[in-house]
Structure formats: C-alpha cells, structure tokens
Design a protein. Structure first.
Lengths: 158, 446, 271
C-alpha cells in the first residue's frame, strides 16, 4: 500500500514537472534584446563553441557584452591557430540608404577588428570588407529579420 | 438754388469719368495642355528607303509616336487622339486649317516632314499655336537614320521648351543597376537605356557586385562602385569602348562616387579603420585631395552645378544629416533640421534645390529643400525608396523603390520611379528586370 | 488511507491543471521591438504641403486621385536580350546630329519674322465680330438682366483707382475671373522667383468678344533671359481666345468696354 502510494505520487510529480519544463524550453528561440539579435538562427561556428558573428542595434556600431564575449572566444581560437587569417565582413539592414550602409558596415567590421586586436591578434591577420545591405542573410521584412542582418561575420581567409 | 444745381453737377460729373477697369487673374488650371501631334509626312520613296534600312513601316508615324509618348509622360501635355484628326500630315505641315484643329480642342499642333536625302535622315517640323492661328516654331535638322529615335526626343525637347519656358529632358539616357534573383542572392549589372525605356543595354556581365553608377558631364563615361576581386573600389567605365579602370590606388574601400561638374575629378568616400571621409581625385594628374577630416561617416557627396560647393551626408551630429561645404572642404554647415534621418543629398542642375531621402518613423520619403535648408518639401512617401537623381532641367526626379517580402521572404521587387518637382505625375519607369540606383544623363544634344 | 490518497491526487491534479492553464502565458511570441528612430511627433502635412494656392492644391489632389486609379506606366517594347559572352561595347551614334537650323522663310509664312515684334496685329487680322450672334445675345440678355443685376455702386476690392460707379461689381468680377481661371492653362515651367505679371488691355464688343488686345509689357517678351515671359504671355493670350465671348455684364457697356486683365502666375507657382 505505501509503495503504490509513493509510486503514484511520484508519477504525478514527474508528470507535473515534465509539463513545467516543456513550457520553459520554448522561450529562447528568435529573440532580440534591445534591438540586438541574441538568437542562434543563421549563426555558424568557426570552431566548437566559437560563434562566427556578432550583432548590432539599429544605426549602432558598438559591441554589446554578448558580442565581446563572442569575440574573446574568436581571439582565443585565433591565438591557438596562428596561421589563420580572417576577413571581417560588415553588414547593415535594409532600412537605410545604400551608401551610408556601406560605411556603417565598414565601421561595424572595424569595431570587431579593434576588439580582436586588443586581445593580441595582429592586424595583418585581419582584413575588413563591408557589404552594406547587399548581402542579407534573412530576406524578411521584419525587425527580427533586420536584426539578423546587422552583423559582422568573421570568415576564414585561408 | 445755384448751390443745388452745382451740387447735382458735382455728383453727376464723376459718373461720366469711367476709369480703366482692371481685373486680376491670379489663378488658372493645371490641366495638361491639349496638343495635337500629327504624324510626320513622308514621301513614298523615303518611306521605302527607311523601311529597308531601319525595318520600320512608316518612319513619320514612328517618330511622331515618340513625341506623343514623351509629351504624355511629362504630365504637362495631353496629346489628342489621332483618329479625330481631319487634316492629312502633308497638308497640315504646309498650311493647317486651324478651324479643324480647333474643333478637336487642340491648343497647339505639331506637324512635320521626313525625307531620305543623301543616305541621311532629314526632318523638319513646325509647332503651331492653334488658337492664335500662327506658327510658333519651325526647325529642320539632318542625322544618320539610326538616330531616328533621338529625332523624336529632340523634337519633343524643342516643343517642350517653346511651350513651357523650361529646358527639355527627353534626349537623355538613364544609367541604372539591373537586379535579378532572390534577395539573398542578387545578380546586379550596370545597364543603360533611353529615358523612355528603349535601347536598353547591359554594360557589365553580373559576375561582380556593382552599385551606384553616375554619368560624367559629357555622358561618355560612368563612375561606379565594383566589388571586382572582392575589393570594393570606385571604377570608371567608358560607355563606347567598354573599358573599365579603377580610380586611384586606395588602400581601402572607396565608394559613393560622382564626377565634378567640369568632368575633371571624381569625388567619393574613402573608408579606413571605421571612418569614411570625402576625397577627390583629379583624373588627369591623379592627385588625391582630402576634403573632409572628421571621425564621423561622411559620404554621398554631390557638387553644386557651378562646382563651388559640395553637399554631403554625415552623422557627425549623431544621426545622418545633410551638410553643405565649400568645394575645398571649408565652411561646413548643416542644412537639414527636420525630424528624422536624412541621406543621399543631390544638388539640382539648376542649382536651386537639393533633393534627398528621409526616413522618419519607419517611412521613407523623397523630398527637396533649398540649398540653405529652408523650404523642405516631401514629395512622396513609401515603405522603402531612396536615391533621387535629377533630370537635366531640374524638374523631374528619378529614384527607386523596394517592396516588402511576405512571411516566406518572397515577393521582393525593386523598380525605378519618377515624380515631378510639384509632387505630381508620380509613375513607375518600366525596365525589363528589377532596377535600382538610377542616374540621369544631361541632354545628349548640346 | 483512501481519503488521503484522494486528497493527494486531487492536489496534484490541481497543480497539473494550474500549470496547463498558465502555459499560454509562457508561450508568448517574442516581442518585436521597432527599430530605434527619433520619436518626436511632427505634423507631416506641414512639411508636405505643396506651395500652391489652396485651390490649385485641391485640383492637384483631385487629379492625383484620378492618377492613382489610372496607373500610368511607361510604354516599352521589350529590347533584344544580349546573348554574347564577351562584354559588348556600346556604340554611340556614329555621327552627331548635324546643324539644327531654322527653316528658311517660305512664301506662305511672311508673318514668321514679324511674330516676334507685333503681337497685337494678329488679333486685328481676325474677324471676331459676328453680327448674327449679337442678335441672339441681345435676346438672351433680356432674360439675364433680371438675374445679373447687382449693385453697381460698390467699390471693388482691388481697384483703388476706380471710382464708385465705374467698376465691376464683386459678383461680375468673380464671374469673369472664374471663367478665365478655367481657360488659363498655366505653363508649369515658369521660374518661382521672377515677376510673372502679364497685363493685357482689351477692347471689347458688347457681346464680350474681343475687338483688340494689347500686351502692355510686350517689349519684355524679347528680352534675353526673359524667355519665360513670352511663354507666359502666350498662355494668357490663349486663355483669352479660348474664353471668348467673355462673361461680361449685360449692361453698362461704357463702363467695361475697355478692360485690363492682369495675369499673375505667382500665386499658383509659389503658393
């Protein structure tokens, strides 16, 4: 009698907690924080755990805390693989004029480059290329799509 | 008693002194002027000659059709239906019966004659004031038969000038970027066409990304941005020979190029270490001159037609705004102060206005303002549009628009549009592919 | 014992139900933040007002609405596709267009040379007086007299020179103005900031048709740099021609047989 009671209660508790945890996993997909994309959709990896890109807010070229963390990991990976050179590709969303977007893409890529350099990566290993709004990764017309396009991507050059 | 008579006289006298009545007419209508464009008369021999060379059945009608279309597209004229014309083209050209033309409510009449002479195309045309019953203009010129479309455009320019007091803009070309493919995989090529959409030709193959082409003042060269070998740089292209050459030897991205009004320099932005400044390069001696030196982004430079000033886009105040400075770079003054973000400033060929793109509360506007920043007028609003370019008479703006995509990322399109300075006659410019970054040439005839 | 189990089960079930009901709140869609742009409120209409006179604006708006329905699109015959592999050099027209020259004077156009100088003369040539129509008008006028008789002793607003009894009444003036507004197609190419006044003196017949017209500043028509003035003057002349017979009062011919119309395009062009 006691055993079956325990089992029944235990089973109910497990069901309840499963139900609770199931809700919890839906939260993190496709999010922005303060207009900066924080999701993982479209993000690729240079190495295990090393994301290849950082994101920016509208009209901004400053690095967020999350961006700096990503870049620190990139720097560490680059120090380990000292022969690798990269191209930092800067991009902008489509909600701006074309020429200014080229300039802002260049500035974003340089923000990332400057940060990498403070972690000891020589500027010889990093070149910068801006695509402005010409190479969106998400063709949608929504703030979420635009946030994914405002990025600086580190691409292996060799 | 005498007094009374005098008094009456005094009162009556003024009655006789009628002064000239003046009536002030301060308003009229803005209706397009009804004009009759008679097909140009052509003799049988010339007709068959041109048919052989150009494969056109009736060159006289073909040329008048160009004039008619141009006038209609301008929004200022209403070409009347040819089926209502009573007089035949050859007679109308010699002596129009104005009552006939009056009957169909034409206020102006265009007639002419086309002949094949010495292997060349000779055109004479006349513009008549139907109401006054007199000839307003008569011109003749000769050219090679393959220029027959330009003949129609030149006639339109002359007629337009005579009737509006404005220079025309019909014998011109437009250079633009042709776009194809999905939004994430766009193929872009430089393309050029007549202002009415005919004679479209591609100038590059689409192997590398090309952007923002602009004509030289003589319309022989184009400057643009190319990502050849993944290095974004400003290039020059000779339209006739197809030869391309990079402008200068810059150690970083150059972009946003334009010619100076005398055609001797290229002005552009050069980006280095996160900063974009404006530079010029003399095409003859290759001397590079730095014009702005500021940690902000300075781009989209455009000269005033007299070459003395430059308007440009800078975010030195925090957001994109429009500035004007001397061509030496001194005396920088901000001129945009409205609410929103301003970009792509471009100086009118008339020197009186600067056109721009504005973004405010998620909407894009094409507008104009005086060169001191006053008198801002927004002409059109859209989900996305930018990059106005002026017609050579400073009356019409051409720009481009993009559409939204649906939830699947489909349905994207980019097209050229034009609008009159008054905000009137907004219409799409037809291109065979999607299009963006248009730039208008000056008049091909000088 | 069973009672305890029941209570326990019920409480657990309640927990599950509460959890299930609160799920919709947790599974909210991510908030789409709008892009950050400056947020000050402005009246867009203040900025977009085309500087035309109010009436012109209404006309433009009406025509604009018509345009929206029409969808004007440029015509274009599809050009041939370029199939070559190599880059195609674009040939400019081989020869530039040769001289554009004025047509030499031909016999039937003796007026062409004189057009520039004598504007008034054309109007004298044409026979505008049609006796038959006068008779018709006289009959009509009897009917209209009752309707159009107004106070004739009012001073009209724009005529300081006029003495009480010599001017047109407000409504007479308005009627004439309204008529000419409809006939005058203003060329839009005129400069915004120049003097755009054309004064035309008319001598009228009793039926409102024009006997003689004279442009008061017609020397200006040929001044260099004033080409637009000629265009403007011609448009005013066309308006008058189009509007014949003018809407003149039915009585008091002596008053208005000489009339001066001051065409001023400034209000329309700069608002």
């Amino acid at each position: 009698m006691n055993l079956s009671k325990i089992l029944k209660n235990g089973f109910l508790v497990i069901v309840a907690s499963l139900v609770l945890t199931a809700c919890a996993t839906q939260k993190k997909i496709g999010q922005t924080q303060g207009d900066v994309y924080t999701g993982t959709d479209s993000v690729e990896y240079l190495a295990s755990g090393v994301k290849d890109r950082v994101f920016f807010a509208t009209n901004e070229t400053v690095l967020t805390t999350a961006s700096r963390e990503t870049l620190r990991k990139q720097a560490a990976w680059l120090r380990k693989n000292s022969k690798i050179t990269i191209v930092l590709e800067g991009h902008a969303d489509e909600r701006g004029t074309r020429e200014y977007n080229l300039a802002i893409g260049e500035r974003r890529a340089n923000s990332a480059k400057d940060y990498l350099m403070t972690y000891g990566i020589s500027s010889d290993r990093i070149s910068v290329l801006s695509y402005g709004k010409e190479r969106p990764v998400d063709s949608g017309s929504s703030p979420l799509a635009w946030s994914k396009n405002r990025r600086s991507v580190s691409v292996k050059a060799n | 008693m005498l007094f009374r008579y005098l008094f009456i006289l005094l009162i009556l006298l003024p009655l006789k002194a009628f002064a000239l009545i003046e009536v002030d007419i301060t308003r009229g209508n803005l209706n397009p002027l009804p004009v009759a464009v008679s097909p140009l008369s052509i003799d049988e021999k010339s007709k068959s000659n041109f048919k052989k060379i150009l494969k056109k059945e009736d060159l006289g009608s073909e040329i008048s059709a160009i004039v008619e279309n141009n006038l209609r597209q301008s929004g200022l004229f209403n070409p009347l239906n040819k089926n209502a014309f009573l007089q035949k083209p050859d007679i109308a050209n010699l002596k129009p019966r104005f009552e006939d033309w009056n009957l169909i409510k034409a206020q102006a009449l265009i007639t002419g004659k086309v002949t094949f002479v010495d292997e060349k195309l000779r055109v004479e045309f006349r513009l008549w004031d139907v109401l006054a019953g007199k000839e307003m203009m008569a011109l003749a010129f000769t050219t090679v038969p393959s220029n027959w479309r330009r003949v129609g455009h030149i006639i339109t320019d002359k007629v337009y000038e005579r009737l509006t007091g404005e220079n025309g803009y019909f014998d011109t070309r437009i250079i633009y970027v042709s776009e194809e493919g999905s939004k994430t995989n766009r193929i872009k090529k430089l393309a050029i066409m007549d202002q009415d959409g005919f004679n479209n030709k591609y100038l590059t193959l689409g192997n590398e990304l090309v952007l923002t082409p602009r004509f030289s003042p003589t319309n022989q060269m184009v400057t643009y941005l190319s990502y050849f070998r993944n290095l974004p740089r400003v290039y020059l292209l000779d339209i006739e020979t197809g030869m391309q050459e990079v402008v200068g030897d810059f150690p970083g991205m150059t972009f946003a190029p334009r010619f100076s009004p005398d055609g001797k320099k290229i002005i552009m932005s050069f980006a280095k270490d996160g900063n974009s400044d404006i530079y010029t390069m003399d095409l003859e001696n290759r001397i590079v001159e730095r014009i702005t030196n500021h940690p902000s982004i300075d781009t989209s430079p455009s000269y005033s037609p007299n070459g003395k000033y430059i308007t440009f886009n800078s975010d030195r105040s925090g957001y994109q705004q429009i500035y004007v400075m001397n061509s030496s770079g001194k005396n920088v003054k901000r001129i945009s102060f409205g609410n929103g973000i301003y970009g792509t400033p471009v100086w009118s060929p008339r020197g009186d206005l600067i056109a721009f793109t504005k973004l405010h509360k998620g909407k894009f506007y094409i507008g104009v303002m005086r060169t001191d920043g006053t008198g801002e007028r927004l002409l059109t609003e859209n989900y996305y549009q930018e990059a106005p370019s002026w017609s050579p008479n400073g009356r019409v703006l051409i720009f481009y628009r993009e559409t939204k995509t649906n939830s699947k990322g489909e349905g994207f399109s980019a097209k050229l549009w034009s609008i009159d300075l008054t905000g009137y006659n907004e219409k799409m410019v037809n291109t065979e592919t999607d299009a963006s970054d248009p730039s208008w040439s000056s008049l091909l005839t000088n | 014992m069973n009672r305890n189990i029941t209570i326990s089960f019920g409480l657990h079930a309640l927990l599950v139900i509460i959890t299930a009901m609160s799920l919709p709140f947790l599974a909210k869609k991510p908030i789409d933040l709008p892009p950050i742009v400056s947020v000050e409120l402005i009246q867009i209409s203040d900025k977009t007002n085309i500087p035309f006179a109010p009436k012109a604006k209404k006309i433009i708006e009406k025509v604009k609405e018509k345009e929206k329905k029409k969808k004007i699109v440029s015509e274009q015959a599809p050009p041939k596709m370029v199939k070559k592999e190599k880059q195609d050099a674009i040939p400019l027209p081989d020869e530039k267009i040769e001289k554009i020259k004025e047509i030499k004077e031909e016999k039937q156009n003796p007026e062409k040379v004189e057009t520039e100088i004598k504007q008034v003369s054309e109007f004298e040539k044409k026979d505008l007086f049609d006796p038959n129509s006068i008779a018709a008008l006289i009959d009509k006028s009897k009917v209209e007299t009752a309707l159009t008789r107004e106070k004739t002793d009012k001073i009209t607003q724009d005529q300081d020179k006029n003495i009480d009894f010599g001017g047109l009444s407000l409504s007479e003036e308005d009627a004439l103005k309204a008529q000419i507004f409809g006939c005058w197609s203003i060329p839009l190419g005129l400069p915004y900031n120049e003097n755009l006044l054309v004064r035309i003196k008319l001598q009228l017949k009793p039926d409102g048709s024009i006997m003689r017209s004279e442009i008061l500043d017609h020397a200006r028509m040929n001044k260099p740099g004033q080409g637009f003035y000629k265009v403007l003057a011609e448009s005013a002349l066309r308006a008058i021609k189009l509007c014949q017979p003018l809407r003149v009062p039915t009585t008091g011919y002596e008053r208005w047989k000489e009339l001066q119309l001051n065409f001023d395009a400034r209000e329309m062009l700069e608002g």
